[in-house]
Design a binder for this molecule. Structure first.
Ligand code: SF4
Ligand code: SF4
Length: 298
């Protein structure tokens, strides 16, 4: 939609996405499809449908969602609502008539002014704590023109900006449209081996590594590399040593590792998303220590 961005969440009072108190804006759409994605509802560029079975009471409501669904994706079995995700085109007609909010369409179009108004309300907290606004996703750089205008407006208002990116962007556009208005960049580095990257994220990592090196050379602001530790995928000795070697060779020093968090698994059923990766346990201290050792060994 012209001049608007598609956004699936705005998290106020966020503390993990940069210094101080922050508001994190989650933009929809991502070019990667990581099998462990923490925000799987952010991968699709268009709307998502959320279904919370625990809020659904078909015996009370008269099933307006069933009547609203032209795609015949809704049915009743054993007195429970069944959603055929293959048939569902995420049109949102069912969500509009569900007064129990069991069905909800996730994502909304916002203009720069509308989004600015939502986040600028916390400027006194940003100022008092050194915080600001972080753009995340999905991959927020997919909506680059909008981000350019949004960051410009934030900086004009004296609000600090940060970005979380998976590194899959057009470098020329990033350098021209975003870099001048950024205070901080978090750059996700997942896999060092190209074949593993294709297998687990759906894409080669060549452009990602190249963009990191170019940013490291020319960015005037901190570029902080973050490595998500995913058991059996990124948290292997081989991958971590390979990443460490790459970073050392290119004198990249600002690195942190993010321990695996399995809470995203709850979202799979809610959003009708399927993935083979299903590790349901938090990382133990010993596992985390092993990962740090692998990184430090190089
Ligand atoms: S999803 Fe909403 S409208 Fe549909 S049966 Fe459940 S409570 Fe009723
Ligand atoms: S969002 Fe899906 S289930 Fe709901 S009315 Fe549209 S097609 Fe039917």
């Amino acid at each position: 939609m012209n001049g608007k961005a598609y956004i699936f969440d705005i998290k106020r009072n966020a503390s993990e996405d940069g210094p101080g108190i922050r508001t994190t804006v989650f933009f929809k759409g991502c070019p990667l499809s990581c099998s462990w994605c923490q925000n799987p509802e952010g991968i699709a560029a268009g709307p998502s449908l959320s279904f919370r079975a625990e809020l659904c009471h078909p015996e009370d409501c008269g099933l307006p969602c069933f009547k609203a669904c032209n795609a015949k994706a809704i049915s009743l079995a054993d007195r429970s609502l069944r959603l055929d995700w293959e048939r569902c085109d995420r049109c949102g007609r069912c969500a509009a008539v569900c007064s129990n909010h069991a069905l909800e369409q996730v994502g909304q179009w916002l203009s720069v002014d509308e989004l600015f108004y939502r986040v600028a309300i916390d400027k006194p907290f940003f100022d008092a704590t050194g915080g600001g606004v972080t753009a995340s996703g999905g991959e927020c750089t997919m909506q680059m023109n909008f981000l350019h205008e949004f960051f410009k407006k934030l900086k004009a208002a004296g609000i600090r900006t940060a970005i979380e990116t998976n590194g899959m962007f057009n470098f020329g556009r990033f350098a021209r449209l975003l870099l001048p208005w950024l205070d901080l960049i978090y750059f996700d580095l997942k896999l060092i081996d190209e074949a593993a990257s294709i297998r687990h994220t759906g894409h080669s990592n060549r452009a990602i590594l190249d963009n990191l090196l170019r940013l490291n050379e020319c960015a005037a602001v901190p570029v902080k590399v973050r490595i998500p530790l995913i058991p059996g995928i990124t948290a292997t000795d081989e991958n971590l040593r390979g990443i460490a070697k790459f970073l050392r060779e290119h004198r990249i020093k600002q690195v942190s590792a993010l321990p695996y968090n399995p809470l995203w698994l709850d979202k799979l059923q809610r959003f009708g998303i399927d993935t083979e990766y299903r590790c349901g346990a938090f990382m133990s201290d010993a596992e985390l220590e092993r990962c740090i050792d692998s990184l430090q060994a190089c």
